[in-house]
Design a protein around this ligand. Sequence first.
Ligand SMILES: [Zn+2]
Ligand SMILES: [Zn+2]
Length: 303
Amino acid sequence: MDTILAAEPEIRLTAFLSVLAAMALWELAAPRRRRDIPRVIRWSNNLALVVIDTAILRLSFPILAVGLAVMGEERGWGLFNTIGAPYWLAVVLSMLLLDLAIYLQHVMFHAVPTLWRLHRMHHADLEFDATTGLRFHPIEILISMAIKLSLVAALGPPAVAVLLFEIILNATALFNHANINLPRPVDRWLRWIVVTPDMHRVHHSVDPRETNSNYGFNLPWWDRLMGTYVAQPAKGHEGMTIGIEQFRTTRDLWVDKMLIQPLRGPASGHALDAPALSPTEQEQPLDSQTHSSTVSDTSKRNT
Ligand SMILES: [Zn+2]
Ligand SMILES: [Zn+2]
């Protein structure tokens, strides 16, 4: 066990590069949407950002989530290390709670205008592929890590659960941003257990009502439970526009522009700023589940 934990950086880097390579090949073999922007611009800048994010993260924190979980196990810190729950139960519950925390944190980054300024950079990518899943502002990465460390300290999860969670979350983020064409029946079945590219693509729609839905990165259940689930984009997957209204030039895709983006322009389009549906729109019957959650949320807000 100790050897596995000692090799954490190597294990995570190998898993990351393997999944990234697999997704890149899959995107070439079976793309879902037409590509308009040369891959070299987006890939070089999105990957440069990963290097910057990783360096800032390592320099800013003396210990990361897995290291803190090891320390918690050794010293008996946190809930699970105190109550002596069965090991398998502690592993499963820890992974579920970490995933719920990531969901809630994502909702918070959409709802608080200052946090939206940081997170909207993830949404400003003008296309949607595996490297979009890596595009996060370094300050968002630091805030996420601070939240994760607090949770690990309070919960005392088995270190293996944290390591597994980190590897799985990294892999699913690459998978559910990939520009891949999954057969519809497979997507329908798969999205009961994991967030699929079609499910997460709705979250990257330029329409704020769709941007502020489907917050899950890993398990799809939280969106269904909390009423933030939107099954499909109104304009269809080929017809929808990816990104946000505010930053739409190719120059905005460069890493220097990404880093200063939180300071540019107003914080429009966040979850509490989403345009309300007009009364006529609200009276119209809705096709299947599309927009059902957004309508009820908006009408709740209007009353
Ligand atoms: Zn988001
Ligand atoms: Zn995303």
